[in-house]
Design a protein around this ligand. Structure first.
Ligand code: MG
Ligand code: MG
Length: 258
């Protein structure tokens, strides 16, 4: 079922989005060489609790993971790209870290992810990976408006990723958001324009392009959650939650300072 948000609940969606964005920004600023992934998880937990929000992850037990997740944020390092389970690992200079966070405020969920390199030096290959996901996300958002089709978004995202030279995995992608985190419709990161569900005001979507440098194949880590590139290559992931409005799309997961 596809959920359409009651306009009266849009302020809650904005609150959830701003909170997710602020937490991710704070965590990004705190992450440095030596930061442990479990510290990041604890910081996320305390900011979620302090805000009176609910974690979408801690009790989450979907079919694709060995649930419940038991942590508050996904921390995916280097070859890990999605659902990275926080564990006892201290970041080293040059690690490519993706943070993915979803919370619920007043019963409405927002979901966002950022990727960045820890330390002083970012290789041009890592910068290109991150930039491809950010550009693809921007392209997907740019075509999201009432009357557009889901395939238009998938096509816009997929075009940027493939023109940047990456192969696309369509097992995991964007999704509807609302009273729960993962809802219909699925938003593949590749697709044909003019196809699929027609977007309507009040639809909330999480768009999330992700790529792996030299493969489209994933392997599951022995932890039962973390998805890694099959070749061990580096990866990146960017995600925003958007609300379809009467005349376009509003990005909910932007920091107030952005
Ligand atoms: Mg996410
Ligand atoms: Mg998501």
């Amino acid at each position: 079922m596809i959920e359409i948000l009651d306009p009266a609940r849009l302020p809650r969606a904005r609150e959830a989005g701003a909170l997710v964005a602020d937490i991710l920004q704070t965590l990004r600023q705190r992450c440095r060489v030596g930061t442990n992934l479990l510290d990041i998880d604890r910081w996320a937990q305390s900011m979620i609790v302090e805000a009176g929000a609910q974690s979408c992850y801690v009790d989450y037990a979907p079919s694709f993971g060995r649930g419940p997740f038991g942590h508050y944020i996904c921390t995916s390092v280097n070859d890990a790209v999605l659902h990275g389970l926080p564990h006892d690992y201290s970041l080293v200079d040059g690690d490519l870290l993706s943070l993915d966070l979803a919370v619920s405020v007043g019963g409405v969920v927002a979901d966002s992810a950022i990727s960045f390199v820890v330390g002083d030096a970012t290789s041009s290959a890592d910068a290109a990976l991150i930039r491809a996901t950010e550009n693809a996300l921007r392209a997907g958002i740019a075509v999201a408006r009432p009357g557009a089709r889901l395939g238009d978004i998938s096509h816009a995202i997929g075009t940027v990723l493939s023109e940047a030279g990456y192969r696309i995995n369509t097992q995991f992608g964007g999704h509807g958001v609302g009273s729960t985190m993962h809802q219909d419709p699925h938003v593949a990161n590749s697709g044909r324009p003019g196809r699929g569900y027609t977007l309507r005001p009040g639809l909330l979507l999480a768009l999330e392009p992700w790529v792996m440098a030299d493969t489209a194949e994933l392997v599951t880590d022995p932890d039962g959650w973390t998805l890694r590139s099959a070749t061990g290559c580096r990866t990146a992931h960017s995600e925003h939650t958007i609300a379809i409005t009467d005349d376009g799309a509003e990005i909910l997961t932007l920091t107030k300072s952005a």
